[in-house]
Write a protein of this length. Structure first.
Length: 238
């Protein structure tokens, strides 16, 4: 059963999308502590990220600290019961549960007038229910530079860094990309190399990459909002 709990306290005029703001209305989907989300909020507040309004946070985890960050910043918060960690009789049932989640999320996204979506530590696979509606307007950040080797289903969080260290890579990094059905393999907006240092542990490497995640996500959102990605793609096709 999907449960949506509205905790925003935002005026109805804003919930309907009737804001006077003319820039991009950003919705963030997060499942955990929300450090990437916080960096986006900070960059908006400082004017580093321009023509972007944080309109909404959606979480699939009832105790996600990202929701508290949103409330403190005056950003609308919505919770939808997620599918991660639940048992289903078969793969098809799990897919249907994800689709049902995304249908409810899509309804909320439209309700708030979201024009662009950022997945920030969101631990659930997004289905075409949302992807098709927000194609080339929904993005994700992945903690690896080489997403073909260190991306895809199961390559999340510390698993990525463990694999990088096990293969004795000299570099890792992060990639901000548009979301498509193939997990982590949508068009890359921005990629950042981060060196792997002698003696690195999973934690030390993860912390170093996280610093660059915080810088890279806002930069990638700005690239999208300014239309730089589309112009770059048009030039490459000429």
């Amino acid at each position: 059963m999907l449960i949506t709990v509205e905790t925003s306290g935002i005026a109805p005029s804003l919930i309907s999308g009737a804001s006077s703001f003319s820039g991009a209305r950003l919705a963030v989907l997060a499942s955990g502590r929300g450090s990437d989300f916080q960096s986006i909020l900070d960059h908006i507040r400082l004017g580093v990220l321009q023509s972007v309004e944080a309109a909404l946070l959606i979480s699939n985890t009832p105790d996600a600290y990202a929701m508290e960050r949103a409330r403190k910043a005056g950003v609308a918060v919505e919770y939808i019961e997620g599918v991660v960690g639940k048992k289903y009789p078969d793969k098809e049932s799990r897919i249907r549960a994800r689709q049902a989640f995304d249908a409810e999320a899509l309804r909320i996204l439209k309700q708030y007038g979201a024009t662009v979506i950022a997945l920030a530590g969101f631990n659930q696979i997004v289905t075409p229910v949302i992807i098709d509606e927000y194609r080339m307007r929904i993005m994700n950040i992945h903690p690896a530079y080489d997403v073909k080797r260190y991306g895809g289903v199961g390559m999340v969080g510390d698993h990525v860094h463990e694999a990088v260290l096990a293969n004795h890579e000299q570099y890792s990094g992060c990639t901000v990309h548009y979301v498509e059905a193939a997990v982590d393999l949508g068009p890359a907006i921005l990629r950042q190399l981060v060196p792997v240092k002698p003696g690195d542990t999973v934690r030390s490497l993860a912390d170093r990459i996280l610093v660059w995640e915080h810088r890279s996500y806002s930069k990638a959102i700005q690239i999208h909002v300014d239309g730089q990605f589309e112009r770059r793609r048009d030039l490459s096709e000429q």
